[in-house]
Ligand binder design. Structure first.
Ligand code: WQD
Length: 341
């Protein structure tokens, strides 16, 4: 079985990708520093797979630790790099923490990969690189703009590092997947999003409000130029997103990929915040307590993906509906409550 290193593999998208890799016949090995996840995600992975997945507690900015890892875990065929901080608001308050971790970990990882002749990497990027897009839906040729947060800028810088590496004549082959809005959880409800503290993102706030943990959801603004005035996003089921990573690493291992490629990973459909709330209510039968509040600074009014390139070149399309994603998020929230009682 081909061994795949998954950095940040105990995290939200990482853990779902580890499950899909095993089910696709790969042998994932996780490294994670557990700064933004809990050991319980490893137990959840094991519960789904009926077996444990090897995990090393390593910080990806620690070059020496990465070297020791590659010395110990020989035969790594490729790497999927998730390990990064991702809270937009926190990145505004603590930019150096984000540049050190998000950019530093990619550079350290690439350096050690080169030393050990591991030359295939899938990189976790984000639609944030498009900023406020000049056109909709966004294609991979839509101009990358000045990011509206240090978090977004770290993703833009990391993509530029991969491009510079490609033009340097190195034999490194990398694929950057630009995620839209990942939501939902594995249908088993054994793994899902573990927001530590008050959730920034919409869907965990919805499920915690419906579960009575939060008093009320505030919808940030309904005076945007959209059908119902609330922002538009492309909400992609995390299991679909995980499957996109399996397809991307397979493409790299098959030798079909160019030495640097970018793909949008979304559904290709935009939904407003109110539509997302209504999809949650239809999917779960729960009535959500929400109010309209002021706009949140930095929010992009409208963004959703043109998925033609991923469909035609990656051979990937999402299959889950918004309601299925919302139902899976709710089932995960109920699982969390049960296991915390
Ligand atoms: C979605 C919509 C909010 C919370 C962020 C990152 C992006 C990516 C996904 C990593 C917006 C509205 C939200 C709430 C609300 N992360 N909202 N009330 O900001 O689109 O993207 O997460 O790659 O990089 O920027 O996601 O879930 O925070 O917001 O009305 O309590 O929900 O205004 O329109 P966002 P989000």
């Amino acid at each position: 079985m081909k061994k795949i290193l998954v950095t940040g593999g105990a995290g939200y998208i990482g853990s779902h990708t580890v499950v899909e890799l095993v089910q696709a016949g790969y042998e994932p090995v996780i490294i994670d520093n557990f700064s933004n996840t809990e050991e319980r995600s490893l137990q959840g992975i094991a519960a789904i797979l009926g077996r444990e997945v090897t995990c090393h507690r390593i910080d990806c900015t620690d070059t020496a630790a990465l070297r020791r890892f590659f010395e110990q875990e020989t035969g790594i065929a490729g790497v999927i790099h998730f390990a990064a901080y991702k809270a937009v608001g926190e990145s505004v308050e603590e930019p150096l923490k984000y540049y050190h971790n998000n950019v530093g970990s990619l550079v350290a990882l690439l350096q050690v990969m080169q030393e050990f002749n591991v030359n295939k990497l899938v990189f976790s990027s984000s639609c944030t690189v498009y900023g406020i897009p000049a056109e909709l839906p966004v294609t991979e040729q839509t101009p990358v703009q000045k990011a509206n947060s240090p978090y977004g800028n770290t993703k833009k810088i990391c993509e530029e590092i991969l491009s510079d590496l490609a033009t340097s004549g190195s034999d490194m082959y990398t694929t950057a997947l630009r995620y839209f809005n990942p939501i939902g959880a594995h249908p088993s409800a054994e793994i899902g999003e573990l927001p530590l503290g008050v959730p920034n993102n919409l869907v965990p706030f919805i499920t915690q409000t419906a579960a009575g943990i939060r008093e009320q959801l505030t919808i940030f603004g309904n005076d945007y130029d959209t059908p119902d005035g609330t922002c538009i996003r492309d909400y992609v089921h995390v299991v679909d997103l995980a499957k996109a990573h399996v397809v991307a690493i397979e493409r790299l291992l098959s030798g079909k990929a160019e030495n640097i490629e970018f793909f949008n990973v979304g559904t290709g459909t935009g939904n407003t915040v109110l539509e997302a709330v209504q999809a949650f209510e239809r999917a779960t039968g729960e009535k959500l307590n929400y109010k309209i509040g002021p706009r949140r600074s930095g929010d992009v009014p409208k963004i959703y993906a043109d998925v033609t390139k991923a469909t035609e070149e990656l051979g990937f399309k999402t299959t889950s509906t918004l309601e299925e994603a919302m139902k899976s998020a709710w089932d995960w929230q109920m699982h969390l409550q049960k296991t915390e009682e």
